[in-house]
Ligand binder design. Structure first.
Ligand code: NG1
Ligand code: ZN
Length: 533
C-alpha cells in the first residue's frame, strides 16, 4: 500500500506555504530556496513512486538551482537512463507539489498511482545529490523525510555536479549489463573520462594551462578532484573556488554571467596572457563557456554554438577518415538562440535542426541522428552516439592504419563524452581534445566563423502565458497581430532576425535580436521589446 499513515506524519512536518504555486518546468522546480521545503519533501515521494513504476530501477534527484542566484534552489528528477524526467510526469509532479493540505496530498498521490498504474509492491530506489548552496542541507533533510515516509532505498551521493549525478543514475542502472556505463561512483566517473582523454591526446603537444572559472560552486570541488586524475596531461588552474563564502556563488562569475554580460568574469583579469584560453562553469557544472583576451585586451567569447561547430566538424571528419561516412550520419540540434552565423556555417556542412528551448527537446531531437551533437548557445550540450552507431564502431574492420586510428578516436569519444546530459567538465575535455588535434588556439577556433552581433533582453509583462509560439519558438501566434509588427520592424534591419518567447524558468518574456552590427542589434531588440511591453 501507500504507507498513508507514515506519509501523513511526515507531511505534517513539511506543510505547503498556502500562498505559493509551484511548477515543474524545464529545470524542475526552481525558486527561492527558503520556500522549497514542502516541494522537496514531495519530490522524495514522487521519486519513490517513479522508481516503483519503473520496476525498482534507480531514479535520481538533484537539488540545485544551477546558474541562479545563491538564495534560489531547485529540485529535479532524473530518469533511469540518466535522462530528464519523462514529460508526462511533469504535470503529476506539479499537482503533487501544489496539493494544499496533507489530505489533498494523499489524494493527489492516490490519483497518480491509479492513473499511471503503479504497482506499490515494487521496490523503490533513488540516488540523490546537491550543489553547494547554503539552503541545500535542510532541503536534503526534507527529501530524506520523503524517502522515509515511502520506504525508499536511498543512496546519498553527497555534494556533486548535476552531470555526475546523471552519470551515477545510468551507471547504477546498467551495472553488470553489457551496456555498463561505468563504475557507479564519482571516482569511476573521473577514471572513465580521464582514461579516454589520455588516449585521445596521446602524442599531441602539451597545451598551455587552462584557466577554469568554477563560479564559486560545486564545479570547484569536482574540477580539483579531476585534476588529480588528469595529472600533467592537462595543466589547469582553478579560480573562483570559494564555495563557502556567502554570496559568492555565480556572483559576477560563471558561464551564465559570461554569456549574458559578454565579458570576463571577476577574478581572471590579471591571470590571462593574450590568446590564452579560459573557461567558465556554471553553479552546477553543466554549462561551459570558453573565451580569451586578444593582444589589445579585447574579450572574445566561444559559446555553446562555437563548441557545437568545433565538435561537430571534428566528428564528421573522424567518421569520414574511419571510412564510415556512408553508414553514419552526424547531425546538429540548436535552438532559436543559436547565433545565425553558426547555423549558416553548420548548415553548409551537415543537417541542422532547430527545436524549442529546453534540454529535453534538444536531447530527443539529437537521438534521431546516428551521432547527434546538441548545444544551447548558453553552453549546455553534449553528443549522443546511437546504440547502432556504437555497434558499428565495434564491428567495423578498418582497412588502413589511418582508418584504424580514426575509429579508435571515435570509440574513445564515446567514453569521454557524458551522453546522459550536458556536462561542463566532460565538454571541456572534449574541446581540449579537438584543439589539440587541430593545433588550434582559441584564436583559430574563433575564426571558423564570426558571430553576428546580438542582444537578449527580458521584458516583465502582465501575463507571459499570453505569448504562444510556433516554428520552434521563432514566431508568435498570440497575442494576435504582434508577429506581423515584429516582422515589419525586422525588415528594416540589415541581417535582422528577432523573436519573442515566454521564459520557461522566469516570469518574463525574452526578446532576442541579431543584426550585422551591434548598434543595430541592440536597437532592434529594444524596439521589439517596446512592441511586447
Ligand atoms: P528560459 O528561461 O525558458 O529562456 C533558460 C535558458 C535555456 C535553458 C533553461 C533551463 C536562455 C535564453 N534560456 O530558459 O536555454 O538553459 O533556462 O536552464 O538561455
Ligand atoms: Zn547548470
Amino acid at each position: 500500500d501507500l504507507h498513508i499513515e507514515s506519509i501523513k506524519k511526515f507531511s505534517e512536518l513539511h506543510p505547503k506555504p498556502t500562498e505559493l504555486h509551484f511548477q515543474y518546468g524545464t529545470a524542475g522546480f526552481r525558486t527561492l530556496g527558503s520556500t522549497l521545503d514542502s516541494v522537496v519533501f514531495r519530490v522524495g515521494l514522487l521519486a519513490g513512486l517513479r522508481s516503483k513504476k519503473l520496476d525498482g530501477r534507480t531514479i535520481g534527484v538533484m537539488v540545485t538551482a544551477s546558474h541562479n542566484p545563491e538564495q534560489d534552489n531547485g529540485v529535479k528528477l532524473v530518469d533511469p537512463r540518466g535522462e530528464m524526467l519523462e514529460a508526462s510526469w511533469e504535470a503529476y509532479a506539479t499537482s503533487v507539489a501544489n496539493a494544499p493540505t496533507t489530505d489533498a496530498l494523499i489524494d493527489a498521490l492516490q490519483t497518480l498511482v491509479q492513473t499511471v498504474k503503479i504497482d506499490l509492491s515494487k521496490p523503490a530506489k533513488v540516488v540523490y545529490a546537491r550543489d553547494t548552496r547554503p539552503s541545500g542541507p535542510a532541503l536534503i533533510s526534507a527529501l530524506e523525510d520523503g524517502f522515509k515516509a515511502l520506504g525508499v532505498e536511498a543512496r546519498d551521493a553527497g555534494v556533486t555536479t548535476t552531470p555526475i549525478l546523471h552519470y551515477l543514475v545510468k551507471a547504477i542502472n546498467t551495472k553488470g549489463s553489457k551496456e555498463s556505463y561505468g563504475e557507479d561512483s564519482e571516482e569511476g566517473y573521473f577514471r572513465k573520462l580521464s582514461e579516454a582523454f589520455k588516449k585521445l591526446i596521446a602524442g599531441k603537444a602539451k597545451p598551455e594551462p587552462l584557466v577554469i572559472d568554477c563560479a564559486n560552486g560545486v564545479g570547484a570541488l569536482a574540477a580539483a578532484k579531476f585534476a588529480e586524475y588528469l595529472g600533467d596531461t592537462l595543466p589547469i588552474s582553478l579560480v573562483n573556488t570559494s564555495i563557502s563564502s556567502p554570496g559568492a556563488l555565480n556572483n559576477a562569475c560563471g558561464a551564465d554571467f559570461v554569456k549574458t554580460m559578454q565579458r570576463l568574469p571577476s577574478g581572471l583579469g590579471d591571470l590571462l596572457k593574450p590568446g590564452q584560453r579560459a573557461c567558465s562553469l556554471d553553479g552546477d557544472a553543466d554549462r561551459l563557456m570558453y573565451y580569451y583576451l586578444d593582444e589589445r585586451g579585447s574579450f572574445h567569447m566561444l559559446d555553446g554554438d562555437k563548441i557545437s561547430t568545433l565538435v561537430a566538424t571534428f566528428i564528421v571528419d573522424l567518421v569520414r577518415l574511419a571510412g564510415l561516412d556512408s553508414e553514419i550520419k552526424v547531425g546538429v540540434v540548436q535552438t532559436a538562440y543559436a547565433n545565425g552565423a553558426s547555423t549558416k556555417y553548420l548548415a553548409a556542412r551537415l543537417p541542422v535542426k532547430c527545436v524549442p528551448t529546453g534540454v529535453k527537446h534538444l536531447h530527443h531531437a539529437a537521438e534521431h541522428y546516428d551521432i547527434g551533437v546538441y548545444f544551447e548557445a548558453n553552453g549546455h550540450g553534449t553528443v549522443l552516439f546511437s546504440q547502432s552507431t556504437q555497434d558499428k564502431f565495434a564491428k567495423h574492420e578498418p582497412s588502413t592504419p589511418a582508418q584504424s586510428t580514426a575509429l579508435n578516436h571515435l570509440v574513445n569519444l564515446t567514453q569521454l563524452i557524458n551522453q546522459t546530459v550536458g556536462d561542463a567538465l566532460s565538454d571541456m575535455l572534449l574541446v581540449e581534445v579537438v584543439l589539440a588535434h587541430k593545433s588550434y588556439t582559441g584564436i583559430e577556433w574563433n575564426s571558423l566563423y564570426a558571430d553576428l552581433p546580438n542582444r537578449l533582453v527580458k521584458v516583465v509583462v502582465a501575463d507571459r502565458n499570453a505569448f504562444k509560439t510556433e516554428d520552434a519558438e521563432r514566431r508568435l501566434v498570440s497575442p494576435s497581430g504582434l508577429q506581423a509588427r515584429i516582422d515589419e520592424l525586422v525588415r528594416k534591419y540589415e541581417g535582422g532576425r528577432s523573436f519573442v518567447r515566454p521564459s520557461g524558468t522566469e516570469d518574463v518574456v525574452r526578446v532576442y535580436a541579431e543584426a550585422t552590427n551591434k548598434t543595430q542589434a541592440d536597437e532592434l531588440a529594444f524596439r521589439v521589446a517596446g512592441l511586447v511591453y
